[in-house]
Design a protein around this ligand. Structure first.
Ligand SMILES: [Zn+2]
Ligand SMILES: [Zn+2]
Length: 246
């Protein structure tokens, strides 16, 4: 009887702890990410376009753009944890623009668990690099912090070697073609011997058109990287799905 009492106390304590964790997106005390925010931002019911990472209907493999040959060509696959909207968008923007990189620790476990369930195990992770001038402004590269989170959670080595040598203006208002043009020659591999023949996860915070991942991947391929899987916290949603999610 006494043992049962101890077990019951342990279970009660465990339940209490889980119940008292506030959702990182909405603050409800229902676990790290509450069921409502999981549905709203992470969309476990949707698939991810293999070509660009966009959220699509689960029975599809590619979005309409990638089906039409307008997606990235230099990556084996791209995937994204959730939809870049609402609470997830605010979370990412707070990290970047209010200088709270430490908040990425809060999603370390669910994001890493999800990543390893979606992508093959690789030799290491490579962060999309940031130009020195942007780094001086912001103080950290969020893609590097996400790579560190994956390193700590999954034990994947962090591979270095690619640098952003050209500073580009904001890409927000540009089309995919304009973005690709804007990024031409922006990246350079400093030590190709360190990544030649490797398989990697190429990590960034957000992908919309896949143009940045594509430009980095092209440079990595030229240096002999064998397999490249793009991994982001958030991506866009296939256009025709938007009304479903309003
Ligand atoms: Zn929530
Ligand atoms: Zn796509």
């Amino acid at each position: 009887m006494r043992d049962l009492g101890i077990e019951a106390a342990k279970i009660t304590r465990a339940l209490w702890y889980v119940d008292k964790q506030a959702c990182i997106f909405c603050g409800e005390e229902q676990g790290v990410i509450c069921p409502a925010c999981t549905t709203e931002y992470l969309h476990p019911e949707l698939g991810r376009c293999r070509g660009c990472g966009k959220l699509i209907l689960s029975e599809k493999i590619h979005c309409l753009d990638c089906e039409a040959g307008k997606g990235p060509k230099h990556l084996d696959q791209i995937t994204a944890w959730g939809h870049y909207a609402g609470g997830l968008k605010e979370f990412i923007q707070e990290i970047k623009f209010k200088a709270h990189p430490r908040r990425l620790m809060e999603i370390a476990r669910p994001f890493s668990d999800w990543a390893i369930s979606q992508l093959p195990v690789v030799d290491g992770v490579v962060a999309v690099p940031m130009h020195a001038s942007r780094m001086a402004e912001r103080g950290f590269n969020q893609a590097e912090v996400i790579s560190s989170v994956l390193h700590w959670q999954l034990g994947l080595p962090i591979l270095c070697g690619v640098e952003r040598i050209a500073s580009t203006s904001s890409q927000v208002s540009l089309s995919r073609q304009e973005r690709l043009h804007n990024l031409k020659g922006a990246f350079e591999v400093q030590q190709p011997e360190k990544i030649k023949g490797r398989s990697i996860w190429l990590v960034d915070d957000v992908t919309t058109t896949g143009a940045t991942l594509e430009a980095v991947a092209e440079t990595l391929r030229e240096s002999g990287v064998q397999a490249i899987y793009g991994l982001c916290l958030a991506a866009g949603l296939e256009k025709k799905l938007v009304p479903l999610c309003d």
